[in-house]
Design a protein around this ligand. Structure first.
Ligand code: FHN
Length: 428
């Protein structure tokens, strides 16, 4: 393939040209599924204390509800996600148009969701689950069969491992962590590792530094040079790893020359919380995806399976609606393989992404009848034609002042967004 440009105006960090090849798929795919699934899921967001009081949280429930470790281990013993259906999870991702999946292999609780040999705090050795099953292996096979890439979230911060909290013994924990990561890379061949918990809030002793992160990153690249690694291996400096990881927000503008991915929940929690019915609409979720793409970012949208391993139906329904919109009339071209518009300023009425010689203006606020939408040009370019995807609506595009006016004929609009495809000649 042609050498990929790096630096401002591209998706690549100026000082990280070799990243280009490794992250090509990541940059094209734009849209992934995050899965938060662990021993916390077994509580489904609620813990009944011995005194009868109820405490609520999701993946942080052990810490936020001050559950003693022995009580937490006891509840985990009853964890039995027998209904976890990897094919159904992958189908839900595919139906959404998602191209990759990142599942929590180990969250801060330290509980490994695979049969690790490093300790017995894991889904095979400490649960009521079928000891012959391996959900990460099931998900890997289903992902491979469906042509979807699989990545693993791994928390550096570990509430269960006693050596984590003591600087004198932290190296022992670090050794176990390296061994677990080697298991994950060797046994499941993930495309991506999503680190988290490289910081600590209650544990000032955690001596983890960016230097440790860089050492870990070098080790992992030695295991597999194609691994895409996020920036949470160090103290979340953007240049650590391959891409930045804003969370629950869409950065205000593309960070020219940087690659990033915004992770968000579908409701109010990462892990499953039975009481949380605050589901975002498919319209909001699709607009988020269009907006992140228009700023050269990826969108990692989360689902939290329940204690039996089932993805909540409201999540599945919204993901299907997103995929249906993306598959309509090529509207997905505004996302897949697309990036920061570059030629125009971001408008207030929507977002603009670019794919080759096409600009995709995703309109979310049409003007009153007779009005038009203005696109302010950042550089000289020509519009050679324009069409609305997904409807018979006509638009005229005319040079106007510092850019172009898009004038719709008639008022037909698309509840989620109306995509106007502009063929452009970007000039020399
Ligand atoms: O503490 C975690 C949290 O539980 C969740 O996993 C998010 C997802 O990005 N990461 C941390 C908070 O930044």
């Amino acid at each position: 393939p042609a050498p990929v440009k790096t630096g401002p105006g591209t998706d690549h960090a100026a000082d990280d040209p070799f990243t280009a090849d490794r992250t090509n798929w990541f940059r094209q795919d734009r849209f992934g599924m995050f899965i938060h699934f662990g021993a916390y899921s077994n509580l489904e967001g609620e813990y009944k204390r011995p005194d009868g009081s109820v405490c609520r949280d999701a993946e942080w429930i052990k810490r936020q509800c001050d559950i003693p470790m022995d009580a937490y281990e006891k509840q985990a013993q009853g964890f039995n996600p027998a209904d976890f259906d990897a094919k159904a999870v992958v189908k839900a991702a595919k139906d959404a148009g998602m191209k990759y999946i990142v599942i929590t292999s180990k969250h801060h609780e330290g509980y490994a969701m695979w049969p690790t040999k490093v300790n017995d705090w894991n889904l095979r050795d400490h649960s009521s689950f079928d000891k012959n099953r391996d959900i990460l292996a099931e998900l890997k096979k289903a992902s491979d069969d469906a042509g979807i890439k699989l990545g693993f979230y791994y928390s550096i911060w570990d509430w269960h491992d006693k050596d984590f909290a003591d600087p004198a013994t932290f190296p022992k924990y670090e050794k176990r962590m390296y061994a677990q990561l080697k298991e994950l890379v060797d046994n499941y061949d993930p495309a991506l590792l999503w680190f988290d918990g490289e910081w600590d809030t209650d544990n000032p002793h955690n001596p983890w530094t960016s230097k440790d992160g860089e050492k870990l990153e070098a080790y992992l690249r030695g295991l597999n040079p194609d691994l895409v690694i996020n920036n949470r291996v160090g103290k979340r400096r953007v240049v650590d790893g391959d891409y930045g990881t804003p969370e629950q927000e869409i950065p205000g503008a593309p960070v020219d020359g940087q690659l990033w991915e915004s992770c968000m929940t579908l409701n109010g929690h990462w892990g499953y919380a039975r009481y949380d019915e605050d589901w975002k609409s498919a319209q909001t979720l699709t607009r988020n995806l269009l907006s992140t793409t228009s700023r050269s970012g990826n969108y990692l949208l989360n689902v939290g399976p329940d204690a039996r391993g089932r993805v909540p139906q409201p999540s599945v329904d919204r993901l299907k609606q997103m995929g249906d919109w993306l598959r309509t009339a090529g509207q997905g071209n505004a996302v897949f393989g697309a990036r920061y518009g570059g030629l125009v300023e971001e408008p207030a009425w929507g977002s603009v992404s670019r794919k080759g010689d096409k600009l995709y203006a995703a309109v979310t606020q049409w003007p009153a009848a007779g009005g038009s939408l203005h696109l302010k040009a950042r550089t000289e370019f020509k519009v050679t034609s324009a069409r609305v995807l997904g409807s018979g609506q006509k638009v005229t595009v005319t040079k106007a002042g510092d850019g172009y006016d898009i004038k719709p004929s008639g008022a037909a609009t698309n509840a989620t967004a109306t995509v106007v495809e502009l063929s452009v000649d970007p000039g020399p």
